[in-house]
Each structure stands twice: as C-alpha cells, then as structure tokens.
Design a protein around this ligand. Sequence first.
Ligand code: NAP
Ligand code: MG
Length: 489
Amino acid sequence: MATPENTLAFDGGWEYAPAPESTDHVEIDKRYGLFIGGDFVKPEKGRYFDTINPATEERLARIAEADAADVDRAVKAARKAFGPWSRMKAAERGKYVYRIARIIQERAREFAAIESLDGGKPIRESRDVDVPLAAAHFFYYAGWSDKLEYAFPGRKVKPLGVAGQVIPWNFPLLMAAWKLAPALACGNTVVLKPAETTPLTALKLAEVIADAGLPDGVVNIVTGAGETGAAVVEHPRVDKIAFTGSTAVGRVIQKALAGTRKKYTLELGGKAANVIFADAAIDQAVEGIVNGIFFNQGHVCCAGSRLFVQEAVADEVVEKLKDRMETLIVGDPLDKNTDIGAINSAAQLEKIESYLEIGRSEGGEMFQSSCTVPDTGYWCRPTIFTGVSQSNRVVQEEIFGPVLAIQTFRSYSEAIAKANNTPYGLSGGVWTDKGAKIFKMTQNVRAGVVWANTFNKFDPTSPFGGYKESGVGREGGLHGLDAYLSLEA
Ligand code: NAP
Ligand code: MG
C-alpha cells in the first residue's frame, strides 16, 4: 500500500487517513515588519493588514503595509549593498546562495505547513513540490555564481544592479525562489514584493536569509498590496523588474516601464491546451488531465484549463474523468489525503463562481463532483464544462480555479488550430503514443513549454515563459541568468 510519504500528488486510493499535519513545529509571529537592510523594521505609516488562512478564515498574522517611502528605504538599502555584493568573489557569493538552499531543506516541514496555512494548498503539494523545488532553484543557481563567463562565452558579464521583483499568491515560496536565486547568483541585490494574501513564506525566507548571513540589504522584502508593487516598479533607482502575475497587471507594468532603461521580464497568465489523441494511454491521460487542472486548485498559470479530446475517445475520457473527479478529496489543506485545498481568497472564489455562472449562461453543461465541502473557508468543487465552443468566455479567459473547459477535435490540424486560438501562449500538453505527433505538436503549438504524456512538471534547469499575452522573457535555466545580467561583447 502506498504511504503518504512516498506518494505523489493525485495518486489517491489510500486505505487509511493519517492525521492532519501537526503545526507544532510552526512558528508564526503575531506581527511582521518589513525586511529592510537586514532587519525587520516598522512601516513608516504604521499600517498593517491581516493575512488569513483561507481554509478557516482565521487571521494568521498582521503584516506591515509598505508605502512608497518604505519602498524607497528598501531600494536605498539594496543600492548600498550592491557595490560590495557585486564585487564579492563569485564563489563566495555562491556559498551564500547554497546556504539559503540548505536552510530551506532543513526547515522544509515548517515551510510546507506555513505555505498551506497561508495560501490553502494541500500539504502534499507544499511538501513534495513547492518546498523541494524552491530549494532546488537556490542550489541550481548557486552553482552558476562562479561560472557565468562559461554560461556566456566571449561576453563580459555584469550584474544589472537592484532588481525589483513582484510575485503572485499561487506559489509564494517557489516564485520567491525563482526570482531571488538567479538575481543573487548574478550579483544583483533585490527588493521583493510578495502577494498580499500569501506573505508568510517570503517573511520566513527573510529569516533564512538572515540566518544564512547574507550581507545586510542584499535582499529586502516589502509586503503590501498592489500599490506597494507599483511603487517598486516605478522607483527610478531600480534597474530591473521581474514580475509574475496577471496579464492585466502585466500590461500596466509594461506601460509604466516604457521609455525607461529598466530591463524587465513579465511572466503572465495562461490558458493551456491539453490535447488527448485517440491513441493515448487513456487512464494515464485522465490522470494527466486531473493533474493539469486540479493541481493547486487550478491556481496555476500553466494549468491545462482547455481540454481537447479526439472525438473517437471523447465519451470514454469524459466518463473516466467524471469518475476520477468523484474520488478527489476537497478539504483541509493540512490533511495529507487532501487533493484539492482551499481557494486562495474570497475574491478569487467570487471570480471563479462568476465564471461558473458565465459558462452556464453561455450554454455549457457543467459537472461538479458531488463531494461536500467545509462550511467555513473558501472552496470550489472540481468542475468541468462540456458543450462549449471556442468563442465562449470560459474557453478564452483565464479562470485560475479548478474549472476545465472540454472540447473535441477530429484531425491533428484541427487540434493545432484550436490549441493556438487563444491570446495566451504559456504552456500546453499532448497525449499520444506516437513520437512523430509529439514532435509536430511541440513545434506547432505556440507555447513556452509543451509537456508530452505528462503535465505540470518543473525543473530549475529548464526555461519557462510565455508567448503572446503570456509574457516577455524567460526564467529558469541559462535563460534565467540572461535576465539578470548585462552581456557585453
Ligand atoms: P496579480 O493580481 O497580477 O498580482 C501579482 C502581483 O502584482 C501581486 O503581488 C500584486 O499585489 C501585485 N500588483 C497588483 N497590482 C500591481 C500594480 N499596479 N503594479 C505592480 N504590482 C501590482 O496576479 P495574482 O492574482 O496575484 O496571480 C495570478 C496571476 O499570476 C494569474 O494570471 C497567473 O496566470 C499569473 N501567474 C503567472 C506565472 C508565470 O510564470 N507566467 C506564474 C504564476 C502566476 P497584491 O496581490 O498584493 O495586490
Ligand atoms: Mg493568507
């Protein structure tokens, strides 16, 4: 029998229910300041906001709200730290980044529990995906620190200066790692702004950074809402902006950056096509569909939210998918059996529910699993729409919840045309037993990553990013270094 410890997300079928993750080892302060210049400091205006547990609606902590003056303090601290940090021997700099990776590993259980408490994701995902991948990013980029000339042979590599980084709430620690690790390895200093609803693991990471002995001001963490992010983006002494979030906010940021000399990367929304050919291993494909759309409650930029099934197997796939959806456990994020945790916020739940209404009013047929959900907290049962068409809003727009739009196709070329009929281009998936089809799909689907016979697999060595309205630039791998360096001939 599988044990929770060695079972990956969505394997399901356990015969006993282990107790929820204990949170005895978790220390959350009542109140958090801003992490500026190596210390936790009070926000100038003295304003704080709550971060809550979306599964219980209970307050976890009070969090400092940074305004433009606080952001200015953080940028000044980062500027001051930049000279010594960028001139430090690269191998020495790498040691600090390695140390961050190791401390995350040592404190993995605590990070996982806090991530699930603050954001609502199942503990199995925090523990098996978010936290190990965050550590892996620091390990990977630590290794590049003293090898940058080999990454870009014949070029003179120089850090950019102060990087302003703004991240979303769906993978709070992992997004912080994606941003911080390459920036630091390349010799930049940082001002990072976590999302309003999920600041806790970034603040824990600030503790780790202090414990790792990084020089003061190399990493600064300013919490707050959208205005705080805007203050980071607009600060004249920031040299680079790295943003991950919605396409709507990405547009605002790109406008704000137009005409400045700031370098930028934008990782934005998506509406990925997951394409199932009739020759695919159907049971595996059904698992892939489930992982593609229900992983992290569907709060995933690269979620497989548009399913295209070849007509000959469409009925079989949809029936098997419905059966599988009935086995998914929705509920307490800290329970190791949970497949689908809490929706991240009341606002996000409202948005998802509005799309359920839109889908029905557009004539789509909605199916939801019949599971019960807790009375308090924010929950959405796994949902699919059939009978929808390309022009429907639930097919075109990013819902960012556990909601899948299903269509069929007959020919290979129809699948490609439908997959590409979207303003987004972040990711895609293909399920078939023919290698030739896989190669044709990966060449013709305009998306930054296309998974074959799998979905939602991440690795620090591989570049990630979008085409079209899914963004500008790449993070991860060698490409991720390029984004934090100026390369001169
Ligand atoms: P969001 O509303 O765009 O927010 C992202 C971050 O930007 C948050 O920290 C937010 O602060 C901040 N922000 C809001 N308005 C701002 C402004 N005018 N200037 C600067 N910063 C501002 O996105 P979200 O709802 O947090 O995240 C979900 C979105 O992220 C989805 O569209 C998803 O596809 C995308 N995403 C993309 C990737 C990728 O790699 N392509 C990865 C993950 C997520 P507050 O939240 O505190 O208001
Ligand atoms: Mg929260």
